[in-house]
Ligand binder design. Structure first.
Ligand code: DC
Length: 201
């Protein structure tokens, strides 16, 4: 069975957690597509990012330095590059149509990578709520105003770039986790996917 769940949204809205939970629930494979851009960013310091993107292998996604703030910064520099995005397209589409179902999370999955995905979710939360979540990860030394400014700057960059900007697909279900626990958001996502799966039987 081929079945694609596309989950998009800004950083720290909860899309990664929701993607992992629904993949585990349905036994689908999960791809965090941000890791592709992070790996290209990290591996292309001083090198051509397009060349690196074309040569990227699944093993590169296992690097243990991809979750850092530095990797996020490097990723956001290569992500607007159309040739980098084109080089990563086939890998993502092949992953999405693998047997057994797939969940992909990112910024442009429902709009560009998998416009025909069976289920599309756009997970969001207010900038303040996302900054608070980030602050909890960074520890007490970080300043709320600095983290909030960083969240707003990243949103602006992701949403305003001309190459595959972050935006909800027209047929995406919006999940606002500002006042919704992650458990409740996962329950809503699971219900939506279950309905789509039943509609195919
Ligand atoms: O979700 P993340 O923080 O791992 O994303 C890292 C960067 O990559 C961020 O600047 C957005 C970008 N990205 C993208 O342009 N398209 C995707 N499908 C996923 C991430």
């Amino acid at each position: 069975m081929k079945f694609t769940v596309a989950i998009d949204g800004p950083a720290a809205a909860g899309k990664g957690t929701i993607a992992k939970a629904v993949a585990a629930h349905f036994g689908f494979a999960h791809l965090d597509t941000g890791l592709l851009y992070r790996a290209v960013g990290v591996l292309s310091q001083g090198d051509d990012p397009v060349k690196v993107a074309r040569a990227l292998s699944p093993d590169d996604l296992q690097r243990d330095d991809l979750r850092s703030a530095a990797a996020a910064e490097l990723a956001s520099k290569v992500a607007p590059n159309l040739d980098v995005r084109a080089a990563l397209l086939t890998f993502q589409r092949d992953f999405a149509r693998r047997e057994g179902g797939a969940v992909l999370d990112g910024r442009d999955i429902g709009t560009v990578i998998c416009p025909d995905a069976e289920v599309k979710l756009f997970v969001t939360a207010s900038a303040e709520v996302r900054a608070k979540r980030r602050l909890a990860e960074f520890g007490p030394d970080a300043s709320f105003n600095e983290v909030l400014a960083d969240v707003l700057a990243r949103d602006k960059r992701d949403a305003e770039r001309s190459a595959a900007p972050m935006k909800p697909a027209q047929d995406a279900l919006l999940l606002d986790t500002s006042n919704l626990s992650i458990d409740a958001a996962v329950t809503e996502a699971v219900a939506n996917i279950t309905k789509a799966l039943e509609g195919r039987r």
